[in-house]
Design a protein. Structure first.
Length: 123
């Protein structure tokens, strides 16, 4: 696993617009060249806004990535379709094991300081 530390990311400024967040994440994903990516957002609203107010997910799909997110506020979403929690985690496990499967998981930060981060798995 390659962990890109917050200082390596361009998504650091809390004053950035959701469009800038999306553009910066796409650039980071493009530069990483990996298949499986975890995006940790500072707030659930960041995920919801990026998915609903930008072309981020369409851009992911154009690059061959599936996408998913889960929060306690919005539930579980896979490629724009609401699914149950069990289906979300079953799909995550399946995709994680599948060689060559490209996907992005967006999640509210699990880091104590609330720093945005991107983790990529290189196999």
């Amino acid at each position: 696993m390659i962990n890109l530390r917050p200082h390596q990311l361009r998504v650091l400024d809390a004053m950035q617009t959701v469009e800038q967040d999306a553009e910066n994440l796409l650039a980071t994903i493009d530069e990483s060249g990996v298949d499986k990516i975890l995006v940790c957002a500072r707030r659930t609203a960041q995920i919801v806004n990026m998915v609903s107010e930008t072309n981020f997910c369409n851009q992911l799909q154009m690059r061959g990535y599936n996408w998913m997110h889960i929060t306690s506020k919005t539930g579980a979403i896979i490629n724009g379709t609401e699914v149950g929690r069990d289906k979300f985690f079953d799909t995550l496990t399946k995709w994680g094991k599948e060689k060559g499967m490209k996907f992005v998981v967006m999640h509210h930060t699990i880091f104590e300081k609330g720093q945005p981060a991107v983790s990529v798995v290189k196999k």
